[in-house]
Design a protein around this ligand. Structure first.
Ligand code: F6P
Length: 392
């Protein structure tokens, strides 16, 4: 089959580098004489036939611009599958929706589809390929970096840099007022953004979902030891999905209980959406109730004031950094090469410093910081050795 026209869509939350992928695709497509159309607003655009021409002559340096030129949405045509009980029903549902999407893609007049997104988007592409043989190639996107199959998703390093800059900057105000700052960092249930930005800025405590924390041991006692060692201000990098261990929740918390967590809004799998808890604010409230820390601070002549800052969407904002521009361009080029070679059902991925194809299924799976990772050892050392090395 000769590929004449390629459709491209961006799905899920936006992130820096989406336009870089688009530009990489457009460069190769122009050279190969292939027309590119953008499908607007992710899967919504496929269902509603929303397209826009992507003519490279009109988009010089698109790779340097943040966000996505072709818009995005969280529309997932397979969302309702989680309501079905039996595997037979689910299989039937997959077949039907995949077929419906394949028909829509055909109506758009495109020969192949490049989808740029996270595990949700890749999951849809994977089912379309498996159940309806749609010519599809995926690209791994998310600031969270929680996709299996690739070392890095584009957008991650831009987000990590923004969070690191924010915490670097917060130290001046934290120092001026002698405050404890708890900085809530995006990433859902994966701690990559918090870990990398926390280590990079030298945060004093780093709380991530992969290692549920003990409030007394990991927060209260560390703050006490730090103030005794002479520290007058503290930055706590805290994942939006970080949560206390069961025993700590029962023992140490006065403002939330297990019931609070159980009553949070649920995701499609029925799990509580932890970011809705606003854990940084919860920790501020809990810290304000602790007379023991107040005493320890006052004994050392230090003010005891806590503040929370939620970085939120500022972490996805602005231009991609150099790494994400290059990674995005490389992913775009590699995706077009797969299309030209008619090598479908794959996701482009970074392995070492090479861009390689992996099965789309891998891009539909999540990854987390491993418990035995050197990052965890580094975090534990950085937090502990600072106060230990200054203990009187
Ligand atoms: O998955 C990317 C991400 O930015 C998460 O880190 C965050 O929890 C979520 O998206 C926010 O989603 P929305 O933009 O829909 O509020």
């Amino acid at each position: 089959m000769v590929i004449k026209k390629v459709g491209v869509l961006t799905g899920g939350g936006d992130c820096p580098g989406l336009n870089s992928v688009l530009y990489g695709i457009m460069l190769k497509a122009f050279d190969a004489g292939i027309e590119v159309v953008g499908i607007e607003r992710g899967w919504k655009g496929v269902l509603e036939n929303l397209t826009i021409p992507l003519n490279i002559a009109e988009h010089d340096d698109l790779h340097t611009i943040g966000g996505t030129y072709i818009y995005t949405s969280r529309t997932n045509p397979f969302k309702a599958i989680h309501k079905l009980k039996s595997e037979e029903e689910k299989e039937e549902f997959r077949k039907n929706i995949a077929q419906e999407l394949a028909t829509k893609v055909k109506e758009l007049g495109i020969d192949a589809l490049i989808t740029i997104g996270g595990d949700d988007t890749n999951g849809v592409s994977d089912v379309m390929y498996k159940y309806a043989k749609v010519n599809v190639v995926g690209c791994p996107k998310t600031i969270d970096n929680d996709l299996a199959g690739t070392e890095y998703t584009f957008g991650f390093w831009s987000g990590a840099q923004l969070a690191s800059n924010a915490m670097d900057n917060l130290t001046t105000t934290a120092r001026s007022h002698q405050r404890v700052f708890i900085v809530e960092i995006m990433g859902r249930d994966a701690g990559f953004l918090t870990m990398y930005s926390g280590l990079s800025t030298g945060a004093d405590i780093i709380l991530i979902p992969e290692t549920p924390f003990d409030f007394k041991k990991d927060v209260v006692n560390v703050l006490k030891k730090r103030v005794n060692a002479g520290y007058k201000y503290h930055i706590i990098a805290c994942s939006e999905g970080a949560y206390p261990r069961d025993e700590s929740l029962k023992r140490d918390f006065k403002t939330i209980t297990q019931e609070t967590i159980d009553n949070l809004p649920k995701d499609v799998f029925g799990n509580p959406v932890l970011p809705a808890l606003n854990i940084a604010q919860v920790l501020v409230k809990e810290l304000n109730l602790r007379e023991d820390i107040k005493e320890e601070f006052s004994k050392n002549g230090v003010v005891y004031e806590c503040r929370s800052v939620v970085l939120g969407h500022t972490m996805r904002a602005g231009t991609p950094n150099a790494f994400d521009r290059i990674l995005g361009l490389r992913y775009g080029l590699a995706a077009m090469n797969l299309v030209i070679n008619e090598d479908f059902g794959k996701m482009v991925a970074l392995k070492g410093n090479k861009i390689v194809p992996v099965p789309l299924t891998e891009g539909a799976q999540k990854k987390y910081i491993e418990k035995d990772s050197d990052l965890i050892e580094l975090r534990n050392l950085m937090v502990k050795i600072r106060y230990k090395s200054k203990e009187k």
